[in-house]
Design a protein around this ligand. Structure first.
Ligand code: ZN
Length: 168
């Protein structure tokens, strides 16, 4: 799992200084279906084998684990469930964090909505979904499943797409 450090830094900077402040000014990221679909991205929902997405990992890390958005950890689903649960401090939507590893160097994370209380403000997902870093996979045939769904893009294109509102 490796992408050019410069690209990762550029994207991280754009997320921290532009995307998250934009979302928080309008409410919360939960209101944006494109954000939701990225943090909820899980290959099995597409009937594909192990495929990860760098943007998914980056956003989950920034927004949930590092707490740079509006998500705060709350008591987990059940006492014996090791998964972490987060609540949005703006709209009270709740998410459970899932993590699956296939090897020491290959893992995927994804959020699962357990309570959706957001009022939609962002535009719906439109294909292809522009991604600056994109996907990683074990078998090419699994990556092929997403050929028309995702498209390699610039950070600027990704930002425009992620910030599009419902009535833009
Ligand atoms: Zn929210």
């Amino acid at each position: 799992m490796a992408v050019p450090k410069e690209l990762r830094d550029e994207l991280l900077q754009a997320i921290r200084s532009d995307l998250l402040p934009f979302y928080l000014q309008l409410g919360c990221p939960c209101a944006f279906p494109r954000f939701r679909s990225l943090v909820e991205f899980y290959h099995e929902n597409f009937q594909a084998g192990p495929v990860g997405c760098y943007e998914t990992e980056l956003l989950i890390n920034e927004c949930f684990r590092q707490g740079r958005a509006c998500y705060r950890p709350v008591n987990s689903v059940k006492a014996d469930d090791p998964r972490k649960m987060y609540e949005c401090s703006v709209c009270s939507s709740r998410y459970v964090e899932n993590y699956q590893d296939y090897s020491i160097v290959f893992y995927v994370s994804f959020m699962q909505t357990v309570a959706d209380r957001a009022i939609k403000a962002g535009a719906d997902v439109a294909e292809p979904f522009p991604l600056p870093m994109g996907l990683y996979w074990l078998d090419q045939s699994d990556a092929d499943v997403f050929r028309s769904y995702f498209q390699q893009s610039s950070v600027a294109d990704f930002m425009r797409y992620m910030k599009e509102t419902r009535h833009a």
